[in-house]
Write a protein that binds this ligand. Sequence first.
Ligand code: 3PG
Length: 471
Amino acid sequence: MKKHDIGIIGMGVMGRNLALNMERNGFSVVGLDVSCEQLRVSEEKFSGKKISVTNALEEFLQLLDTPKKILLMVPAGDPVDTVIGQLQPHLNEGDLIIDGGNSHFKDTDRRGMELDAVGLHFIGAGISGGEEGALWGPSIMPGGRKEGYELVKPILTRIAAQVDDGPCCAYIGPGGAGHYVKMVHNAIEYGIMQLICETYDILKIAFKMKADEVQDIYCTWNDGELNCFLMEVTAAVLGKVDDETNQPVVDVILDQAGQKGTGKWASQNAFDLGVAIPTVNAAVEARILSAFKKERVEASRVLHGPPIQFKEKKEEFIESLRCAMKLTMVTAYAQGFALMREASTEYSFDLQFAEIARIWKGGCIIRARLLDSIREAFKEDHELVNLLISPHFASMVNELQKDLRYAVRTANELGIPCLAFSASLGYIDSYRQERLPANLLQAQRDCFGAHTYRRIDKEGVFHTEWQERMK
Ligand code: 3PG
């Protein structure tokens, strides 16, 4: 019986497209799914190709070459543990399981240790690119033991997106490093998406622009320095017209955002590690606020904003907004990389930042022209603590901050919410201060809680009896 190079469990659209991608690149694949519908669609899509599908685990395993390489494309959480539990008794030492879903990196760490203890390899691979990426070349972030990665490296590097600097797949680091980096990727994605949404809102409210007019602006932006997949997608979305109403589809979509959790995980982890990622946090909170639709409708009846009277020159303002968008996008990446730097130390991931920037250049949702300069900044200085202080980005901050201030000021004056824009400006302004008002904060803490403070003029820990002064 002809054995297959790799097996995929979960023949949903991602699993199916990855199978087609592998087959196109010369690998034979066997797919497993228990859903009759998924099997039917898969059989249809796989007709005439070197891909077999089955709903029987035994047959699936028999069809695999050794050491067995099995990619799980099942929902994150319990389903991953369930499938691993079902597979484990049938696997032999040296076989490999790859989790290609959006698992939490701590779950990946745990699973890696459990499987390592019984002689099985385990790789947690972040895969970004959505359905199209899975089919034509995603960005792949594999983590775990390097020996495990080596088994599947020829397949993963072949199916990944290919850019001028090579395949968008590279070994990330031990344990849950791959899923950690994917989580940060998604956090940056949340930030950029929210920033684009805020520019759309400003254009729509300040200039009463229609969807197709905003689309034209984004197309122009996407042709230049702001070129990125998310801008391209947003422009495409704005051009789509609803067949039923003849309105732009975007205008008939309910303004309540969903989220699957990776952005929130990044915020939670950033709090744990003590890293400031305000643009990402603002993006998560903007989604949360959007979900309170009923409350917002009621509040809109009693809480009023300023009148919308915008007298600035349209062309000039739009150019400033473009520059502001560029700078805020940089802050989103800067925060993501700052978070990864801390995580790399905390979890001993030994992350290679220039390489991460490289594999995000193609295939993934946050691919952007900007990543060339980000990669260069880390290539020049691997120890760079924050992108904002690299020579290239520092001059960008110094040059474009006036545009960001103009955009935030305008939004504030018109009462247009801009949580992520404000957070990005606040991040830059806080980060560039030699002194912050935290001296007063320390005094407050010491006053009511005797938490002590340190002084600028001598070593040691001090406490003041403040109450006397309060009389
Ligand atoms: C994904 O990983 O599927 C998305 O990129 C992020 O999903 P969300 O916006 O639903 O959290």
